[in-house]
Design a protein around this ligand. Sequence first.
Ligand code: GLV
Ligand code: MN
Ligand code: MN
Length: 417
Amino acid sequence: MRESVQDCVDRIDQDRLWDRLMQMARIGAIPNNGVNRPALSADDIRARQLLIGWARARGFGIGVDAIGNLFIRREGADRASPPVMTGSHMDSQPRGGRFDGIYGVLAGLEALEAIDAAGVKTNRPIEVVAWTNEEGGRFQPCTMGSAVFTGDRQLENFLEVRDNEGVRLGDALAATLAATPDAAKRPLRAPVAAYVETHIEQGPLLEREHKTIGVVTGIQGLRWFNVEVFGETAHAGTTPLALRKDALRDAVAIINAIAELARDPSDVTRFTVGRMLVTPNSPNSIASHVQFSVDLRHPDPARVRHLGQSVEPLARTAAKACTVKVTPTLHDDPCVFDKSVVAAIEDAALALQLPNMRIASGASHDAMYLARVCPAGMIFVPCEQGISHNEAENAKPEDLAAGARVLASTLIELANR
Ligand code: GLV
Ligand code: MN
Ligand code: MN
Protein backbone atom coordinates (compact mmCIF):
# COMPACT_ATOMS: atom_id res chain seq x y z
CA MET A 1 0.00 0.00 0.00
CA ARG A 2 1.34 3.43 -0.95
CA GLU A 3 2.59 5.50 1.99
CA SER A 4 0.09 8.32 1.44
CA VAL A 5 -2.82 5.86 1.29
CA GLN A 6 -1.58 4.17 4.46
CA ASP A 7 -1.34 7.58 6.15
CA CYS A 8 -4.91 8.30 5.08
CA VAL A 9 -6.41 5.03 6.33
CA ASP A 10 -4.52 5.49 9.61
CA ARG A 11 -6.40 8.75 10.01
CA ILE A 12 -9.83 7.09 9.92
CA ASP A 13 -11.02 7.90 13.42
CA GLN A 14 -13.19 5.09 14.80
CA ASP A 15 -14.32 7.14 17.81
CA ARG A 16 -15.26 10.19 15.73
CA LEU A 17 -17.26 8.04 13.31
CA TRP A 18 -19.07 6.27 16.15
CA ASP A 19 -19.71 9.54 18.01
CA ARG A 20 -21.23 11.09 14.88
CA LEU A 21 -23.41 8.03 14.30
CA MET A 22 -24.69 8.34 17.86
CA GLN A 23 -25.30 12.10 17.45
CA MET A 24 -27.32 11.39 14.31
CA ALA A 25 -29.21 8.59 16.11
CA ARG A 26 -30.54 11.20 18.55
CA ILE A 27 -32.30 12.98 15.67
CA GLY A 28 -35.58 11.11 15.38
CA ALA A 29 -34.74 8.75 18.25
CA ILE A 30 -37.48 6.30 19.27
CA PRO A 31 -37.48 3.74 22.13
CA ASN A 32 -35.18 0.69 22.09
CA ASN A 33 -32.33 2.48 20.26
CA GLY A 34 -34.48 3.00 17.19
CA VAL A 35 -34.65 5.89 14.73
CA ASN A 36 -37.65 7.32 12.89
CA ARG A 37 -36.31 9.98 10.53
CA PRO A 38 -38.71 10.23 7.58
CA ALA A 39 -37.49 11.77 4.33
CA LEU A 40 -37.98 15.55 4.05
CA SER A 41 -39.21 15.81 7.67
CA ALA A 42 -38.09 18.30 10.34
CA ASP A 43 -35.70 15.61 11.64
CA ASP A 44 -34.29 15.03 8.16
CA ILE A 45 -33.61 18.80 7.99
CA ARG A 46 -31.88 18.67 11.41
CA ALA A 47 -29.72 15.77 10.24
CA ARG A 48 -28.79 17.67 7.06
CA GLN A 49 -27.80 20.74 9.07
CA LEU A 50 -25.65 18.70 11.45
CA LEU A 51 -23.89 17.07 8.49
CA ILE A 52 -23.36 20.41 6.75
CA GLY A 53 -21.83 21.83 9.95
CA TRP A 54 -19.26 19.04 10.09
CA ALA A 55 -18.44 19.40 6.39
CA ARG A 56 -18.12 23.21 6.56
CA ALA A 57 -15.76 22.94 9.54
CA ARG A 58 -13.37 21.10 7.19
CA GLY A 59 -13.81 23.63 4.40
CA PHE A 60 -15.60 21.25 2.05
CA GLY A 61 -18.08 22.64 -0.51
CA ILE A 62 -21.82 22.09 -0.04
CA GLY A 63 -24.31 21.64 -2.88
CA VAL A 64 -27.92 20.59 -3.26
CA ASP A 65 -29.97 19.61 -6.32
CA ALA A 66 -33.67 19.97 -7.16
CA ILE A 67 -34.74 16.83 -5.27
CA GLY A 68 -32.67 17.75 -2.22
CA ASN A 69 -29.74 15.39 -2.75
CA LEU A 70 -26.98 16.92 -0.63
CA PHE A 71 -23.36 16.96 -1.89
CA ILE A 72 -20.15 17.52 0.10
CA ARG A 73 -17.18 18.15 -2.16
CA ARG A 74 -13.42 18.05 -1.84
CA GLU A 75 -11.75 19.47 -4.92
CA GLY A 76 -9.41 17.50 -7.11
CA ALA A 77 -6.46 18.73 -9.15
CA ASP A 78 -8.73 18.64 -12.20
CA ARG A 79 -11.74 20.59 -10.97
CA ALA A 80 -13.58 20.17 -14.25
CA SER A 81 -13.48 16.38 -14.30
CA PRO A 82 -16.50 14.40 -13.11
CA PRO A 83 -16.21 13.51 -9.41
CA VAL A 84 -15.91 10.14 -7.75
CA MET A 85 -18.90 9.87 -5.43
CA THR A 86 -19.68 7.99 -2.26
CA GLY A 87 -22.65 8.18 0.09
CA SER A 88 -26.01 6.73 1.01
CA HIS A 89 -29.11 8.17 2.72
CA MET A 90 -30.11 9.86 5.98
CA ASP A 91 -33.82 8.99 6.02
CA SER A 92 -34.88 5.89 7.96
CA GLN A 93 -37.69 3.39 8.16
CA PRO A 94 -40.51 4.38 10.59
CA ARG A 95 -39.11 1.88 13.08
CA GLY A 96 -35.58 1.83 11.76
CA GLY A 97 -32.16 1.54 13.34
CA ARG A 98 -29.08 3.70 13.85
CA PHE A 99 -27.03 2.55 10.85
CA ASP A 100 -29.09 1.87 7.71
CA GLY A 101 -28.12 4.66 5.33
CA ILE A 102 -26.56 7.14 7.71
CA TYR A 103 -23.48 4.90 8.05
CA GLY A 104 -22.72 5.25 4.33
CA VAL A 105 -22.95 9.05 4.55
CA LEU A 106 -20.81 9.35 7.68
CA ALA A 107 -18.27 6.75 6.47
CA GLY A 108 -17.99 8.92 3.35
CA LEU A 109 -17.39 12.05 5.42
CA GLU A 110 -14.88 10.17 7.59
CA ALA A 111 -13.01 9.01 4.47
CA LEU A 112 -13.04 12.53 3.01
CA GLU A 113 -11.69 14.01 6.24
CA ALA A 114 -8.96 11.37 6.45
CA ILE A 115 -7.95 11.98 2.83
CA ASP A 116 -7.87 15.71 3.53
CA ALA A 117 -5.95 15.39 6.80
CA ALA A 118 -3.36 13.19 5.10
CA GLY A 119 -2.97 15.87 2.41
CA VAL A 120 -3.63 13.34 -0.35
CA LYS A 121 -4.05 15.05 -3.71
CA THR A 122 -6.49 13.36 -6.04
CA ASN A 123 -6.91 14.10 -9.70
CA ARG A 124 -10.71 14.03 -9.58
CA PRO A 125 -12.90 15.75 -7.00
CA ILE A 126 -14.46 13.43 -4.41
CA GLU A 127 -18.03 13.99 -3.25
CA VAL A 128 -20.07 12.56 -0.40
CA VAL A 129 -23.77 12.53 -1.19
CA ALA A 130 -26.83 12.06 1.00
CA TRP A 131 -29.57 10.87 -1.38
CA THR A 132 -33.12 12.05 -0.66
CA ASN A 133 -35.81 9.51 0.27
CA GLU A 134 -34.01 6.21 -0.21
CA GLU A 135 -36.34 4.32 2.11
CA GLY A 136 -39.70 5.22 0.63
CA GLY A 137 -41.30 4.78 4.05
CA ARG A 138 -42.99 8.18 4.00
CA PHE A 139 -43.25 8.94 0.26
CA GLN A 140 -43.37 6.05 -2.21
CA PRO A 141 -41.44 4.80 -4.07
CA CYS A 142 -37.97 4.30 -2.58
CA THR A 143 -34.56 5.34 -4.08
CA MET A 144 -36.21 8.51 -5.32
CA GLY A 145 -33.30 10.94 -5.01
CA SER A 146 -30.75 8.78 -6.81
CA ALA A 147 -33.22 7.81 -9.58
CA VAL A 148 -34.09 11.46 -10.25
CA PHE A 149 -30.40 12.39 -10.17
CA THR A 150 -29.53 9.79 -12.81
CA GLY A 151 -32.54 10.77 -14.95
CA ASP A 152 -34.23 7.37 -14.63
CA ARG A 153 -37.24 9.04 -13.03
CA GLN A 154 -38.67 12.55 -13.27
CA LEU A 155 -39.08 14.86 -10.28
CA GLU A 156 -42.31 16.30 -11.75
CA ASN A 157 -43.95 12.88 -11.37
CA PHE A 158 -43.31 12.84 -7.63
CA LEU A 159 -44.33 16.34 -6.53
CA GLU A 160 -47.99 15.32 -5.93
CA VAL A 161 -47.15 12.12 -4.00
CA ARG A 162 -48.64 12.37 -0.50
CA ASP A 163 -47.65 10.81 2.81
CA ASN A 164 -50.12 9.12 5.20
CA GLU A 165 -51.07 12.54 6.63
CA GLY A 166 -51.77 14.01 3.19
CA VAL A 167 -48.62 16.18 3.01
CA ARG A 168 -47.46 16.76 -0.60
CA LEU A 169 -43.91 15.73 -1.38
CA GLY A 170 -43.49 19.01 -3.28
CA ASP A 171 -44.24 21.01 -0.11
CA ALA A 172 -41.98 18.90 2.13
CA LEU A 173 -39.20 19.24 -0.46
CA ALA A 174 -39.61 23.03 -0.67
CA ALA A 175 -39.32 23.28 3.14
CA THR A 176 -36.21 21.08 3.11
CA LEU A 177 -34.53 23.14 0.38
CA ALA A 178 -35.44 26.39 2.17
CA ALA A 179 -33.61 25.12 5.27
CA THR A 180 -30.25 25.00 3.44
CA PRO A 181 -30.28 28.29 1.51
CA ASP A 182 -26.46 28.57 1.40
CA ALA A 183 -25.91 25.30 -0.44
CA ALA A 184 -24.80 25.80 -4.05
CA LYS A 185 -27.46 24.74 -6.57
CA ARG A 186 -26.43 21.62 -8.42
CA PRO A 187 -27.80 20.22 -11.68
CA LEU A 188 -29.51 16.86 -11.96
CA ARG A 189 -27.91 14.30 -14.31
CA ALA A 190 -24.40 15.61 -13.70
CA PRO A 191 -21.67 13.22 -14.93
CA VAL A 192 -20.11 10.93 -12.29
CA ALA A 193 -16.76 9.16 -12.73
CA ALA A 194 -17.49 6.31 -10.29
CA TYR A 195 -19.64 5.58 -7.22
CA VAL A 196 -18.98 3.49 -4.11
CA GLU A 197 -21.54 3.08 -1.30
CA THR A 198 -20.78 1.75 2.16
CA HIS A 199 -23.62 0.08 4.09
CA ILE A 200 -24.32 -2.42 6.85
CA GLU A 201 -25.07 -5.80 5.29
CA GLN A 202 -28.66 -6.03 6.65
CA GLY A 203 -28.29 -9.82 6.50
CA PRO A 204 -26.45 -12.51 8.51
CA LEU A 205 -23.74 -13.76 6.12
CA LEU A 206 -20.68 -11.68 7.05
CA GLU A 207 -21.18 -12.29 10.77
CA ARG A 208 -21.69 -16.02 10.21
CA GLU A 209 -18.58 -16.27 8.02
CA HIS A 210 -16.50 -14.08 10.36
CA LYS A 211 -15.74 -11.58 7.59
CA THR A 212 -15.31 -7.86 8.20
CA ILE A 213 -15.86 -6.69 4.63
CA GLY A 214 -18.43 -7.71 2.06
CA VAL A 215 -17.37 -6.94 -1.50
CA VAL A 216 -20.79 -6.51 -3.10
CA THR A 217 -21.24 -7.98 -6.57
CA GLY A 218 -24.78 -6.77 -7.33
CA ILE A 219 -28.36 -6.18 -6.14
CA GLN A 220 -31.43 -8.31 -6.80
CA GLY A 221 -34.34 -7.02 -8.89
CA LEU A 222 -37.38 -5.37 -7.38
CA ARG A 223 -40.99 -4.62 -8.37
CA TRP A 224 -43.30 -2.38 -6.36
CA PHE A 225 -47.04 -1.91 -6.84
CA ASN A 226 -49.74 0.14 -5.20
CA VAL A 227 -52.96 -1.90 -5.13
CA GLU A 228 -56.31 -0.25 -4.47
CA VAL A 229 -59.52 -2.18 -3.82
CA PHE A 230 -62.82 -0.28 -4.10
CA GLY A 231 -65.86 -1.68 -2.26
CA GLU A 232 -68.73 -0.19 -0.33
CA THR A 233 -69.07 0.47 3.36
CA ALA A 234 -72.10 -0.97 5.19
CA HIS A 235 -73.15 -2.22 8.61
CA ALA A 236 -71.12 -5.21 9.88
CA GLY A 237 -74.08 -6.65 11.77
CA THR A 238 -76.90 -6.27 9.29
CA THR A 239 -75.41 -6.81 5.83
CA PRO A 240 -75.53 -10.44 4.60
CA LEU A 241 -72.12 -11.67 3.41
CA ALA A 242 -73.45 -12.40 -0.07
CA LEU A 243 -74.47 -8.75 -0.55
CA ARG A 244 -71.21 -7.17 0.57
CA LYS A 245 -68.57 -5.36 -1.40
CA ASP A 246 -65.93 -5.89 1.29
CA ALA A 247 -62.68 -4.26 0.16
CA LEU A 248 -60.63 -5.80 2.93
CA ARG A 249 -61.82 -9.32 2.25
CA ASP A 250 -60.92 -8.95 -1.44
CA ALA A 251 -57.57 -7.40 -0.48
CA VAL A 252 -56.79 -10.52 1.59
CA ALA A 253 -57.76 -12.74 -1.35
CA ILE A 254 -55.41 -10.78 -3.63
CA ILE A 255 -52.57 -11.01 -1.13
CA ASN A 256 -53.06 -14.78 -0.84
CA ALA A 257 -53.00 -15.11 -4.64
CA ILE A 258 -49.72 -13.17 -4.89
CA ALA A 259 -48.26 -15.25 -2.04
CA GLU A 260 -49.08 -18.34 -4.09
CA LEU A 261 -47.38 -16.79 -7.15
CA ALA A 262 -44.30 -16.02 -5.05
CA ARG A 263 -44.16 -19.50 -3.50
CA ASP A 264 -40.61 -20.76 -4.01
CA PRO A 265 -39.25 -24.02 -2.54
CA SER A 266 -35.71 -22.56 -2.73
CA ASP A 267 -36.87 -19.53 -0.67
CA VAL A 268 -35.17 -17.02 -2.96
CA THR A 269 -38.27 -15.07 -4.04
CA ARG A 270 -39.23 -12.26 -1.65
CA PHE A 271 -42.81 -11.03 -1.26
CA THR A 272 -43.94 -8.38 1.22
CA VAL A 273 -47.08 -6.41 1.89
CA GLY A 274 -45.76 -3.88 4.40
CA ARG A 275 -48.23 -1.02 4.13
CA MET A 276 -52.01 -1.04 4.21
CA LEU A 277 -54.53 1.76 4.57
CA VAL A 278 -58.12 0.77 5.34
CA THR A 279 -61.14 3.08 5.03
CA PRO A 280 -63.14 3.74 7.17
CA ASN A 281 -61.04 1.48 9.47
CA SER A 282 -63.75 0.75 12.00
CA PRO A 283 -64.50 -2.71 13.49
CA ASN A 284 -68.20 -2.63 12.66
CA SER A 285 -68.09 -0.99 9.23
CA ILE A 286 -67.31 -3.01 6.12
CA ALA A 287 -64.20 -1.57 4.43
CA SER A 288 -65.01 0.60 1.43
CA HIS A 289 -61.44 1.13 0.29
CA VAL A 290 -58.14 -0.62 0.89
CA GLN A 291 -54.79 0.43 -0.41
CA PHE A 292 -51.69 -1.75 0.04
CA SER A 293 -48.13 -2.07 -1.18
CA VAL A 294 -46.60 -5.06 -2.96
CA ASP A 295 -42.83 -5.62 -2.86
CA LEU A 296 -41.48 -8.53 -4.96
CA ARG A 297 -37.77 -9.33 -5.38
CA HIS A 298 -35.55 -11.90 -7.11
CA PRO A 299 -31.97 -11.96 -8.48
CA ASP A 300 -33.06 -13.35 -11.90
CA PRO A 301 -34.42 -10.72 -14.33
CA ALA A 302 -36.76 -13.24 -16.02
CA ARG A 303 -38.31 -14.20 -12.69
CA VAL A 304 -38.68 -10.51 -11.72
CA ARG A 305 -40.42 -9.87 -15.04
CA HIS A 306 -42.76 -12.85 -14.61
CA LEU A 307 -43.67 -11.84 -11.05
CA GLY A 308 -44.28 -8.26 -12.12
CA GLN A 309 -46.43 -9.16 -15.11
CA SER A 310 -48.62 -11.49 -13.03
CA VAL A 311 -49.69 -9.09 -10.28
CA GLU A 312 -52.44 -7.18 -12.10
CA PRO A 313 -54.23 -10.17 -13.73
CA LEU A 314 -54.02 -12.12 -10.46
CA ALA A 315 -55.48 -9.23 -8.50
CA ARG A 316 -58.38 -8.88 -10.94
CA THR A 317 -59.21 -12.59 -10.74
CA ALA A 318 -58.88 -12.79 -6.96
CA ALA A 319 -61.18 -9.83 -6.23
CA LYS A 320 -64.71 -11.23 -6.14
CA ALA A 321 -66.97 -8.33 -5.23
CA CYS A 322 -64.87 -5.19 -5.64
CA THR A 323 -63.06 -3.32 -8.38
CA VAL A 324 -59.28 -3.17 -8.35
CA LYS A 325 -56.66 -0.69 -9.52
CA VAL A 326 -53.04 -1.85 -9.74
CA THR A 327 -50.37 0.83 -10.22
CA PRO A 328 -46.75 -0.22 -10.78
CA THR A 329 -44.52 2.17 -8.81
CA LEU A 330 -41.07 0.68 -9.27
CA HIS A 331 -39.29 -1.67 -11.66
CA ASP A 332 -35.62 -2.20 -10.89
CA ASP A 333 -33.90 -4.95 -12.83
CA PRO A 334 -31.17 -6.83 -10.97
CA CYS A 335 -27.92 -4.91 -11.09
CA VAL A 336 -24.39 -6.25 -11.54
CA PHE A 337 -21.64 -3.98 -10.25
CA ASP A 338 -18.69 -2.93 -12.38
CA LYS A 339 -15.88 -5.49 -12.33
CA SER A 340 -13.13 -2.92 -11.92
CA VAL A 341 -14.85 -1.25 -8.93
CA VAL A 342 -15.49 -4.64 -7.32
CA ALA A 343 -11.80 -5.46 -7.84
CA ALA A 344 -10.69 -2.09 -6.41
CA ILE A 345 -12.74 -2.70 -3.24
CA GLU A 346 -11.44 -6.26 -2.93
CA ASP A 347 -7.82 -5.11 -3.43
CA ALA A 348 -8.28 -2.42 -0.77
CA ALA A 349 -9.66 -4.97 1.73
CA LEU A 350 -6.81 -7.37 0.97
CA ALA A 351 -4.16 -4.65 1.32
CA LEU A 352 -5.65 -3.77 4.71
CA GLN A 353 -5.58 -7.48 5.62
CA LEU A 354 -9.29 -7.45 6.39
CA PRO A 355 -11.17 -10.77 6.11
CA ASN A 356 -13.54 -10.32 3.18
CA MET A 357 -15.90 -12.16 0.87
CA ARG A 358 -17.96 -11.42 -2.23
CA ILE A 359 -21.64 -11.05 -1.48
CA ALA A 360 -24.90 -10.18 -3.30
CA SER A 361 -27.27 -7.59 -1.86
CA GLY A 362 -30.85 -8.55 -1.05
CA ALA A 363 -31.69 -4.96 -0.12
CA SER A 364 -31.96 -2.15 -2.63
CA HIS A 365 -29.59 0.80 -2.51
CA ASP A 366 -28.98 4.06 -4.34
CA ALA A 367 -25.92 2.36 -5.89
CA MET A 368 -28.38 0.50 -8.13
CA TYR A 369 -29.25 3.73 -9.95
CA LEU A 370 -25.71 5.10 -9.98
CA ALA A 371 -24.62 1.82 -11.60
CA ARG A 372 -26.69 2.84 -14.64
CA VAL A 373 -24.59 5.95 -15.28
CA CYS A 374 -21.10 5.11 -14.01
CA PRO A 375 -18.94 2.24 -12.73
CA ALA A 376 -20.31 1.49 -9.25
CA GLY A 377 -19.85 -0.86 -6.31
CA MET A 378 -20.61 -1.30 -2.61
CA ILE A 379 -18.82 -2.17 0.60
CA PHE A 380 -20.76 -4.07 3.30
CA VAL A 381 -19.84 -4.44 6.95
CA PRO A 382 -21.49 -6.93 9.34
CA CYS A 383 -24.49 -6.06 11.47
CA GLU A 384 -25.58 -7.97 14.56
CA GLN A 385 -27.56 -11.10 13.64
CA GLY A 386 -28.33 -9.51 10.28
CA ILE A 387 -31.14 -7.49 11.89
CA SER A 388 -32.19 -4.36 9.96
CA HIS A 389 -35.32 -2.24 9.40
CA ASN A 390 -35.72 -2.77 13.14
CA GLU A 391 -34.82 -0.68 16.20
CA ALA A 392 -32.41 -3.42 17.32
CA GLU A 393 -30.11 -2.86 14.30
CA ASN A 394 -26.53 -2.86 15.62
CA ALA A 395 -22.96 -2.88 14.35
CA LYS A 396 -19.48 -2.85 15.90
CA PRO A 397 -17.48 0.42 15.91
CA GLU A 398 -14.37 -1.43 14.69
CA ASP A 399 -16.22 -2.98 11.72
CA LEU A 400 -17.73 0.39 10.80
CA ALA A 401 -14.26 1.96 10.90
CA ALA A 402 -12.83 -0.90 8.82
CA GLY A 403 -15.47 -0.21 6.15
CA ALA A 404 -14.47 3.48 6.14
CA ARG A 405 -10.79 2.48 5.68
CA VAL A 406 -11.61 0.32 2.68
CA LEU A 407 -13.73 3.17 1.35
CA ALA A 408 -10.99 5.80 1.74
CA SER A 409 -8.46 3.61 -0.01
CA THR A 410 -10.90 2.77 -2.84
CA LEU A 411 -11.86 6.43 -3.32
CA ILE A 412 -8.22 7.47 -3.72
CA GLU A 413 -7.67 4.72 -6.28
CA LEU A 414 -10.79 5.67 -8.27
CA ALA A 415 -10.13 9.41 -8.07
CA ASN A 416 -6.71 8.98 -9.64
CA ARG A 417 -7.81 6.72 -12.49
C1 GLV B 1 -34.26 -0.52 1.08
O1 GLV B 1 -34.25 -0.32 2.27
C2 GLV B 1 -34.92 -1.66 0.50
O2 GLV B 1 -36.16 -1.65 0.45
O3 GLV B 1 -34.25 -2.62 0.12
MN1 MN C 1 -30.20 1.74 3.32
MN1 MN D 1 -33.38 0.62 4.44
